[in-house]
Ligand binder design. Structure first.
Ligand code: DOR
Length: 436
Protein backbone atom coordinates (compact mmCIF):
# COMPACT_ATOMS: atom_id res chain seq x y z
CA UNK A 1 0.00 0.00 0.00
CA UNK A 2 1.44 3.38 -0.94
CA UNK A 3 -0.14 6.77 -0.38
CA UNK A 4 0.37 10.49 -0.56
CA UNK A 5 -2.20 11.30 2.05
CA UNK A 6 -2.68 14.56 3.84
CA UNK A 7 -3.51 14.65 7.52
CA UNK A 8 -7.21 14.62 8.26
CA UNK A 9 -8.22 13.55 4.77
CA UNK A 10 -11.69 12.08 4.72
CA UNK A 11 -11.80 11.35 1.00
CA UNK A 12 -10.16 8.19 -0.20
CA UNK A 13 -9.70 6.53 -3.55
CA UNK A 14 -8.44 2.97 -3.16
CA UNK A 15 -7.30 1.74 -6.57
CA UNK A 16 -7.07 -1.66 -8.19
CA UNK A 17 -8.44 -3.82 -5.42
CA UNK A 18 -10.39 -7.05 -5.65
CA UNK A 19 -13.75 -6.05 -4.19
CA UNK A 20 -15.22 -8.97 -2.28
CA UNK A 21 -18.60 -7.94 -0.93
CA UNK A 22 -20.70 -10.85 0.36
CA UNK A 23 -23.59 -8.46 1.15
CA UNK A 24 -24.13 -7.87 -2.58
CA UNK A 25 -22.48 -11.07 -3.84
CA UNK A 26 -19.84 -9.02 -5.66
CA UNK A 27 -16.42 -10.36 -6.63
CA UNK A 28 -14.82 -7.92 -9.07
CA UNK A 29 -11.70 -5.88 -9.63
CA UNK A 30 -12.26 -2.17 -9.15
CA UNK A 31 -11.71 1.00 -7.15
CA UNK A 32 -13.34 2.01 -3.86
CA UNK A 33 -14.30 5.62 -3.18
CA UNK A 34 -14.98 7.06 0.25
CA UNK A 35 -16.29 10.55 1.01
CA UNK A 36 -16.93 11.75 4.55
CA UNK A 37 -17.43 8.34 6.08
CA UNK A 38 -19.52 6.81 3.30
CA UNK A 39 -18.89 4.86 0.14
CA UNK A 40 -19.23 7.00 -2.98
CA UNK A 41 -19.91 6.08 -6.61
CA UNK A 42 -16.83 7.73 -8.11
CA UNK A 43 -13.98 10.16 -7.65
CA UNK A 44 -14.47 13.67 -6.31
CA UNK A 45 -12.08 16.55 -5.69
CA UNK A 46 -9.43 16.23 -3.00
CA UNK A 47 -9.23 12.46 -2.71
CA UNK A 48 -6.12 10.76 -1.41
CA UNK A 49 -5.19 7.90 -3.70
CA UNK A 50 -4.05 4.58 -2.30
CA UNK A 51 -2.70 1.84 -4.56
CA UNK A 52 -4.38 -1.39 -3.55
CA UNK A 53 -2.90 -3.78 -6.09
CA UNK A 54 -2.91 -7.32 -4.74
CA UNK A 55 -5.27 -6.48 -1.89
CA UNK A 56 -8.88 -7.46 -1.22
CA UNK A 57 -11.42 -4.87 -0.07
CA UNK A 58 -14.09 -6.36 2.19
CA UNK A 59 -16.89 -4.37 3.84
CA UNK A 60 -17.96 -4.82 7.46
CA UNK A 61 -15.76 -7.63 8.78
CA UNK A 62 -17.69 -8.75 11.85
CA UNK A 63 -16.83 -10.96 14.82
CA UNK A 64 -19.88 -11.70 16.96
CA UNK A 65 -18.11 -13.46 19.83
CA UNK A 66 -15.47 -11.60 21.82
CA UNK A 67 -14.73 -11.12 25.53
CA UNK A 68 -13.52 -7.62 26.42
CA UNK A 69 -13.61 -8.14 30.24
CA UNK A 70 -14.60 -4.56 31.15
CA UNK A 71 -16.09 -3.88 33.65
CA UNK A 72 -14.33 -5.80 36.36
CA UNK A 73 -11.43 -7.74 34.86
CA UNK A 74 -9.41 -5.04 33.17
CA UNK A 75 -6.18 -6.83 34.02
CA UNK A 76 -7.16 -9.32 31.27
CA UNK A 77 -8.53 -6.84 28.69
CA UNK A 78 -10.49 -3.62 28.64
CA UNK A 79 -12.64 -1.94 26.03
CA UNK A 80 -9.67 0.04 24.73
CA UNK A 81 -7.23 -2.86 24.37
CA UNK A 82 -10.00 -5.09 23.01
CA UNK A 83 -11.00 -2.44 20.46
CA UNK A 84 -7.38 -2.14 19.38
CA UNK A 85 -7.13 -5.91 18.96
CA UNK A 86 -10.28 -5.83 16.81
CA UNK A 87 -8.90 -3.08 14.57
CA UNK A 88 -5.55 -4.89 14.31
CA UNK A 89 -7.33 -8.08 13.29
CA UNK A 90 -9.31 -6.29 10.58
CA UNK A 91 -12.71 -6.11 12.29
CA UNK A 92 -15.08 -3.18 12.17
CA UNK A 93 -17.88 -4.74 14.26
CA UNK A 94 -17.65 -7.00 17.30
CA UNK A 95 -20.29 -8.39 19.65
CA UNK A 96 -19.03 -8.47 23.24
CA UNK A 97 -20.12 -11.23 25.60
CA UNK A 98 -21.64 -10.16 28.91
CA UNK A 99 -19.63 -12.39 31.30
CA UNK A 100 -17.96 -9.37 32.85
CA UNK A 101 -18.03 -8.39 36.50
CA UNK A 102 -20.72 -7.31 37.06
CA UNK A 103 -22.45 -9.28 34.33
CA UNK A 104 -24.06 -7.09 31.64
CA UNK A 105 -27.63 -7.93 32.57
CA UNK A 106 -29.42 -4.56 32.62
CA UNK A 107 -30.31 -1.82 30.15
CA UNK A 108 -28.04 0.64 31.99
CA UNK A 109 -24.99 -1.60 31.62
CA UNK A 110 -25.76 -2.30 27.95
CA UNK A 111 -26.00 1.44 27.24
CA UNK A 112 -22.84 2.14 29.24
CA UNK A 113 -20.81 -0.45 27.32
CA UNK A 114 -21.99 0.71 23.92
CA UNK A 115 -21.31 4.37 24.74
CA UNK A 116 -17.85 3.64 26.13
CA UNK A 117 -16.93 1.76 22.94
CA UNK A 118 -18.23 4.69 20.87
CA UNK A 119 -16.04 7.10 22.82
CA UNK A 120 -13.03 4.92 21.99
CA UNK A 121 -14.19 4.85 18.39
CA UNK A 122 -12.04 2.01 17.03
CA UNK A 123 -14.79 -0.54 16.46
CA UNK A 124 -18.56 -0.69 16.49
CA UNK A 125 -19.44 -2.73 19.56
CA UNK A 126 -22.66 -4.69 19.72
CA UNK A 127 -23.40 -5.47 23.36
CA UNK A 128 -24.77 -8.87 24.27
CA UNK A 129 -27.00 -8.95 27.35
CA UNK A 130 -27.17 -11.86 29.78
CA UNK A 131 -30.09 -14.29 29.44
CA UNK A 132 -30.49 -14.66 33.20
CA UNK A 133 -29.76 -12.19 35.99
CA UNK A 134 -26.07 -12.36 36.85
CA UNK A 135 -25.94 -15.31 34.38
CA UNK A 136 -26.89 -17.33 37.46
CA UNK A 137 -29.53 -19.35 35.62
CA UNK A 138 -32.29 -18.60 38.14
CA UNK A 139 -34.31 -15.70 36.80
CA UNK A 140 -34.69 -14.23 33.31
CA UNK A 141 -32.98 -10.85 32.85
CA UNK A 142 -34.85 -7.88 31.37
CA UNK A 143 -34.33 -8.93 27.76
CA UNK A 144 -36.76 -6.41 26.24
CA UNK A 145 -35.27 -3.44 28.09
CA UNK A 146 -31.76 -4.50 27.19
CA UNK A 147 -32.74 -4.80 23.55
CA UNK A 148 -34.19 -1.27 23.64
CA UNK A 149 -30.85 -0.11 25.05
CA UNK A 150 -28.95 -1.70 22.16
CA UNK A 151 -28.38 -5.37 23.02
CA UNK A 152 -27.98 -7.39 19.82
CA UNK A 153 -28.49 -10.80 21.43
CA UNK A 154 -28.56 -12.58 24.78
CA UNK A 155 -26.13 -15.10 26.21
CA UNK A 156 -24.88 -16.53 29.49
CA UNK A 157 -21.72 -17.49 27.58
CA UNK A 158 -18.95 -19.02 29.62
CA UNK A 159 -21.68 -21.31 30.84
CA UNK A 160 -24.93 -22.62 29.38
CA UNK A 161 -28.51 -21.81 30.19
CA UNK A 162 -28.61 -25.22 31.84
CA UNK A 163 -32.25 -25.50 32.83
CA UNK A 164 -34.47 -26.55 29.91
CA UNK A 165 -37.52 -24.73 31.24
CA UNK A 166 -35.51 -21.51 31.59
CA UNK A 167 -34.23 -21.95 28.02
CA UNK A 168 -37.77 -22.49 26.82
CA UNK A 169 -38.87 -19.24 28.50
CA UNK A 170 -35.93 -17.32 27.07
CA UNK A 171 -36.61 -18.58 23.54
CA UNK A 172 -40.34 -17.81 23.87
CA UNK A 173 -39.44 -14.31 24.97
CA UNK A 174 -37.07 -13.62 22.08
CA UNK A 175 -39.58 -14.98 19.58
CA UNK A 176 -41.29 -11.62 20.24
CA UNK A 177 -38.07 -9.57 20.13
CA UNK A 178 -35.57 -8.92 17.35
CA UNK A 179 -32.46 -10.81 18.44
CA UNK A 180 -31.50 -14.41 19.32
CA UNK A 181 -30.44 -16.37 22.35
CA UNK A 182 -26.78 -17.30 21.91
CA UNK A 183 -26.19 -20.56 23.69
CA UNK A 184 -22.92 -21.89 25.08
CA UNK A 185 -23.99 -25.51 24.64
CA UNK A 186 -22.50 -27.67 27.38
CA UNK A 187 -24.14 -30.25 29.60
CA UNK A 188 -22.29 -29.54 32.81
CA UNK A 189 -23.26 -32.88 34.32
CA UNK A 190 -21.14 -34.50 31.58
CA UNK A 191 -18.29 -31.99 31.54
CA UNK A 192 -17.86 -31.11 35.21
CA UNK A 193 -14.29 -31.64 36.40
CA UNK A 194 -12.97 -32.15 32.88
CA UNK A 195 -10.37 -30.01 31.16
CA UNK A 196 -10.10 -31.17 27.55
CA UNK A 197 -11.69 -33.40 24.91
CA UNK A 198 -12.09 -37.03 26.01
CA UNK A 199 -10.11 -39.24 23.66
CA UNK A 200 -6.72 -40.77 22.92
CA UNK A 201 -4.78 -37.62 23.82
CA UNK A 202 -6.52 -36.98 27.14
CA UNK A 203 -5.85 -40.62 28.06
CA UNK A 204 -2.20 -40.34 27.02
CA UNK A 205 -1.71 -37.15 29.04
CA UNK A 206 -3.72 -38.28 32.04
CA UNK A 207 -6.02 -35.26 31.83
CA UNK A 208 -9.73 -35.70 32.43
CA UNK A 209 -11.75 -35.31 29.26
CA UNK A 210 -15.36 -34.49 28.38
CA UNK A 211 -17.05 -36.39 25.56
CA UNK A 212 -18.17 -34.48 22.47
CA UNK A 213 -21.69 -35.44 23.57
CA UNK A 214 -21.39 -32.91 26.44
CA UNK A 215 -21.89 -30.31 23.70
CA UNK A 216 -24.17 -32.08 21.25
CA UNK A 217 -26.85 -33.24 23.70
CA UNK A 218 -27.51 -29.62 24.57
CA UNK A 219 -27.57 -28.51 20.93
CA UNK A 220 -30.20 -31.20 20.25
CA UNK A 221 -32.21 -30.04 23.26
CA UNK A 222 -32.06 -26.40 22.22
CA UNK A 223 -32.99 -27.15 18.62
CA UNK A 224 -36.11 -28.90 19.94
CA UNK A 225 -36.88 -25.87 22.12
CA UNK A 226 -36.39 -23.49 19.21
CA UNK A 227 -38.84 -25.57 17.17
CA UNK A 228 -41.28 -25.58 20.09
CA UNK A 229 -41.16 -21.82 20.68
CA UNK A 230 -40.15 -20.43 17.25
CA UNK A 231 -37.51 -18.54 19.23
CA UNK A 232 -34.31 -17.62 17.34
CA UNK A 233 -31.30 -19.59 18.56
CA UNK A 234 -27.64 -19.04 17.70
CA UNK A 235 -25.31 -21.80 18.84
CA UNK A 236 -21.92 -20.45 19.89
CA UNK A 237 -18.63 -22.21 19.06
CA UNK A 238 -19.89 -25.56 17.75
CA UNK A 239 -17.26 -28.25 17.48
CA UNK A 240 -18.88 -31.69 17.61
CA UNK A 241 -20.18 -33.90 14.80
CA UNK A 242 -23.35 -34.57 16.81
CA UNK A 243 -24.01 -30.82 17.08
CA UNK A 244 -23.73 -30.49 13.30
CA UNK A 245 -26.30 -33.25 12.89
CA UNK A 246 -28.63 -31.37 15.22
CA UNK A 247 -28.16 -28.27 13.04
CA UNK A 248 -29.06 -30.29 9.94
CA UNK A 249 -32.20 -31.45 11.69
CA UNK A 250 -33.02 -27.82 12.62
CA UNK A 251 -32.57 -26.77 8.99
CA UNK A 252 -34.85 -29.60 7.78
CA UNK A 253 -37.49 -28.46 10.25
CA UNK A 254 -37.14 -24.82 9.18
CA UNK A 255 -36.19 -23.74 12.72
CA UNK A 256 -34.64 -20.26 13.22
CA UNK A 257 -31.26 -21.70 14.23
CA UNK A 258 -27.79 -20.48 13.26
CA UNK A 259 -24.34 -21.45 14.50
CA UNK A 260 -20.74 -20.31 14.58
CA UNK A 261 -17.32 -21.97 14.47
CA UNK A 262 -14.09 -20.51 15.82
CA UNK A 263 -10.78 -20.17 13.95
CA UNK A 264 -9.01 -22.30 16.57
CA UNK A 265 -11.43 -25.20 16.23
CA UNK A 266 -11.12 -24.93 12.44
CA UNK A 267 -7.32 -24.82 12.44
CA UNK A 268 -6.19 -26.92 15.39
CA UNK A 269 -6.89 -30.29 17.00
CA UNK A 270 -6.53 -31.67 20.51
CA UNK A 271 -2.99 -32.70 19.63
CA UNK A 272 -2.12 -29.03 20.33
CA UNK A 273 -2.45 -29.95 24.02
CA UNK A 274 0.36 -32.51 23.77
CA UNK A 275 2.38 -30.38 21.31
CA UNK A 276 2.39 -27.66 23.96
CA UNK A 277 3.42 -30.16 26.67
CA UNK A 278 0.10 -29.83 28.47
CA UNK A 279 0.51 -26.08 28.80
CA UNK A 280 -2.91 -24.47 29.38
CA UNK A 281 -2.22 -22.17 26.45
CA UNK A 282 -4.40 -24.54 24.42
CA UNK A 283 -7.05 -24.97 27.13
CA UNK A 284 -10.29 -23.68 25.74
CA UNK A 285 -13.99 -24.35 26.14
CA UNK A 286 -15.35 -26.13 24.16
CA UNK A 287 -12.10 -28.06 23.89
CA UNK A 288 -10.04 -28.62 20.76
CA UNK A 289 -11.25 -31.83 19.09
CA UNK A 290 -9.64 -34.61 17.01
CA UNK A 291 -9.39 -34.42 13.22
CA UNK A 292 -12.69 -36.23 12.56
CA UNK A 293 -14.65 -33.46 14.28
CA UNK A 294 -12.49 -30.75 12.73
CA UNK A 295 -13.01 -32.15 9.24
CA UNK A 296 -16.79 -32.20 9.75
CA UNK A 297 -16.70 -28.66 11.12
CA UNK A 298 -14.72 -27.41 8.11
CA UNK A 299 -17.26 -29.03 5.79
CA UNK A 300 -20.14 -27.45 7.72
CA UNK A 301 -18.60 -23.97 7.38
CA UNK A 302 -17.99 -24.61 3.67
CA UNK A 303 -21.58 -25.75 3.07
CA UNK A 304 -23.09 -22.90 5.10
CA UNK A 305 -24.68 -25.19 7.70
CA UNK A 306 -22.46 -23.16 10.02
CA UNK A 307 -22.88 -19.66 8.63
CA UNK A 308 -20.68 -17.70 11.03
CA UNK A 309 -17.01 -17.67 11.96
CA UNK A 310 -16.39 -15.93 15.30
CA UNK A 311 -13.21 -15.84 17.33
CA UNK A 312 -14.42 -16.38 20.92
CA UNK A 313 -11.54 -13.99 21.69
CA UNK A 314 -10.93 -14.86 25.36
CA UNK A 315 -7.94 -12.97 26.76
CA UNK A 316 -6.52 -13.94 30.16
CA UNK A 317 -3.60 -12.67 32.17
CA UNK A 318 -0.31 -14.55 31.64
CA UNK A 319 -0.08 -15.42 35.32
CA UNK A 320 -3.51 -17.06 35.22
CA UNK A 321 -2.60 -19.04 32.12
CA UNK A 322 0.68 -20.09 33.78
CA UNK A 323 -1.23 -22.23 36.30
CA UNK A 324 -1.27 -26.03 35.89
CA UNK A 325 -3.65 -27.25 33.17
CA UNK A 326 -6.54 -28.23 35.46
CA UNK A 327 -6.58 -24.89 37.30
CA UNK A 328 -5.95 -22.45 34.44
CA UNK A 329 -8.86 -20.55 32.88
CA UNK A 330 -10.25 -21.51 29.48
CA UNK A 331 -9.59 -19.25 26.55
CA UNK A 332 -7.58 -18.26 23.49
CA UNK A 333 -6.86 -14.69 22.44
CA UNK A 334 -8.21 -14.83 18.90
CA UNK A 335 -8.98 -11.49 17.27
CA UNK A 336 -5.54 -10.90 15.81
CA UNK A 337 -5.09 -14.38 14.32
CA UNK A 338 -8.63 -14.91 13.04
CA UNK A 339 -8.14 -13.92 9.40
CA UNK A 340 -4.82 -15.77 9.12
CA UNK A 341 -6.14 -18.90 10.79
CA UNK A 342 -9.30 -19.23 8.70
CA UNK A 343 -7.56 -18.33 5.44
CA UNK A 344 -4.95 -20.99 6.22
CA UNK A 345 -7.49 -23.63 7.23
CA UNK A 346 -10.22 -23.00 4.66
CA UNK A 347 -9.00 -20.87 1.77
CA UNK A 348 -5.41 -21.88 1.06
CA UNK A 349 -6.38 -25.50 1.69
CA UNK A 350 -8.69 -25.15 -1.32
CA UNK A 351 -11.84 -25.95 0.62
CA UNK A 352 -13.60 -22.61 0.13
CA UNK A 353 -13.66 -19.77 -2.37
CA UNK A 354 -12.96 -16.22 -1.12
CA UNK A 355 -16.49 -14.82 -1.36
CA UNK A 356 -18.11 -17.75 0.44
CA UNK A 357 -15.48 -17.72 3.16
CA UNK A 358 -15.81 -13.98 3.69
CA UNK A 359 -19.59 -14.34 3.88
CA UNK A 360 -19.04 -16.24 7.15
CA UNK A 361 -17.28 -13.16 8.57
CA UNK A 362 -19.66 -10.51 7.23
CA UNK A 363 -23.19 -11.26 6.08
CA UNK A 364 -23.45 -14.52 8.06
CA UNK A 365 -22.92 -12.80 11.43
CA UNK A 366 -25.32 -10.00 10.43
CA UNK A 367 -28.07 -12.48 9.61
CA UNK A 368 -27.44 -14.51 12.77
CA UNK A 369 -27.93 -11.45 14.99
CA UNK A 370 -30.55 -10.00 12.65
CA UNK A 371 -28.62 -6.87 11.85
CA UNK A 372 -28.77 -5.01 8.56
CA UNK A 373 -26.04 -3.54 6.40
CA UNK A 374 -26.34 -2.84 2.67
CA UNK A 375 -22.77 -3.69 1.66
CA UNK A 376 -20.18 -1.77 -0.31
CA UNK A 377 -22.72 0.47 -2.03
CA UNK A 378 -23.03 4.21 -2.45
CA UNK A 379 -24.10 5.90 0.76
CA UNK A 380 -23.36 2.97 3.12
CA UNK A 381 -21.13 3.55 6.16
CA UNK A 382 -17.56 3.03 4.95
CA UNK A 383 -16.55 0.10 7.16
CA UNK A 384 -13.82 -1.57 5.15
CA UNK A 385 -10.96 -4.01 5.57
CA UNK A 386 -8.02 -4.39 3.22
CA UNK A 387 -6.67 -7.91 3.27
CA UNK A 388 -3.45 -9.26 1.81
CA UNK A 389 -4.57 -12.85 1.15
CA UNK A 390 -1.06 -14.11 0.45
CA UNK A 391 0.82 -12.44 3.31
CA UNK A 392 2.73 -15.18 5.06
CA UNK A 393 3.50 -14.37 8.67
CA UNK A 394 4.54 -15.96 11.92
CA UNK A 395 2.31 -15.40 14.92
CA UNK A 396 4.10 -13.53 17.70
CA UNK A 397 1.64 -13.18 20.53
CA UNK A 398 3.89 -10.66 22.31
CA UNK A 399 3.11 -8.23 19.51
CA UNK A 400 -0.67 -8.43 20.06
CA UNK A 401 -2.59 -5.27 20.81
CA UNK A 402 -4.78 -7.41 23.05
CA UNK A 403 -3.65 -7.70 26.65
CA UNK A 404 -4.23 -11.43 26.27
CA UNK A 405 -1.21 -13.16 24.74
CA UNK A 406 -2.57 -16.67 25.24
CA UNK A 407 -2.67 -18.60 21.98
CA UNK A 408 -1.46 -22.02 20.86
CA UNK A 409 -0.97 -20.44 17.41
CA UNK A 410 2.10 -18.64 18.76
CA UNK A 411 5.01 -19.35 16.43
CA UNK A 412 2.80 -20.81 13.69
CA UNK A 413 3.03 -19.66 10.11
CA UNK A 414 -0.29 -18.35 8.79
CA UNK A 415 -1.20 -17.05 5.35
CA UNK A 416 -3.54 -14.08 5.00
CA UNK A 417 -3.70 -10.91 7.04
CA UNK A 418 -5.64 -7.67 7.35
CA UNK A 419 -3.41 -4.74 6.41
CA UNK A 420 -5.91 -1.90 6.74
CA UNK A 421 -9.12 -1.35 8.70
CA UNK A 422 -11.44 1.61 8.25
CA UNK A 423 -14.41 2.48 10.44
CA UNK A 424 -16.85 4.96 8.91
CA UNK A 425 -14.18 6.34 6.61
CA UNK A 426 -11.49 6.69 9.28
CA UNK A 427 -8.49 4.34 9.34
CA UNK A 428 -8.30 2.44 12.62
CA UNK A 429 -5.38 0.30 11.44
CA UNK A 430 -2.88 0.62 8.63
CA UNK A 431 0.06 -1.64 7.81
CA UNK A 432 -0.44 -3.45 11.12
CA UNK A 433 -0.40 -0.25 13.18
CA UNK A 434 -3.52 0.63 15.13
CA UNK A 435 -4.21 4.35 14.87
CA UNK A 436 -5.16 6.33 17.97
O1 DOR B 1 -12.65 -20.74 26.36
C1 DOR B 1 -13.56 -20.02 26.75
N1 DOR B 1 -13.33 -18.84 27.36
N2 DOR B 1 -14.82 -20.43 26.57
C2 DOR B 1 -15.85 -19.78 27.10
O2 DOR B 1 -16.96 -20.20 26.91
C3 DOR B 1 -15.64 -18.58 27.93
C4 DOR B 1 -14.37 -17.92 27.61
C5 DOR B 1 -13.97 -16.90 28.64
O3 DOR B 1 -14.80 -16.08 29.03
O4 DOR B 1 -12.80 -16.89 29.02
Amino acid sequence: MTSNETVGNTRWHIKNVRILDPFTATDAMGDVFIVDGRFAAGPVQGMTVIEGQGLWAVPRMTDIHVHFREPGQEHKEDLLSGSRAAAAGGFTVVAAMPNTSPVIDSAALVAWERNRAREIGLVELWPMGAVTKGSAGQELAELGLMEEAGAMGFSDDGKPVANARMMRSALSYVSMLGHPIVQHAEDLSLSEGTVMHEGAISHQLGLSGAPAAAESVMVWRDVELSILTSGPLHVAHVTAIGSLEALEYAARRGAPVTAEATPHHLLLTDSAVSDWNSSPISKVNPPLRPTTHRAALRQAVASGLVSVIASDHAPHHMDEKAAPFPQAPYGISGLETSVGAVFTALLHSGLMDPLTLLARMTVGPHRALRAHYPGLVQGAAADLTLIDPHASWIVDSRAFYSQGHNTPMDGMQLKGRAVGTMLRGVWTMREGQVLA
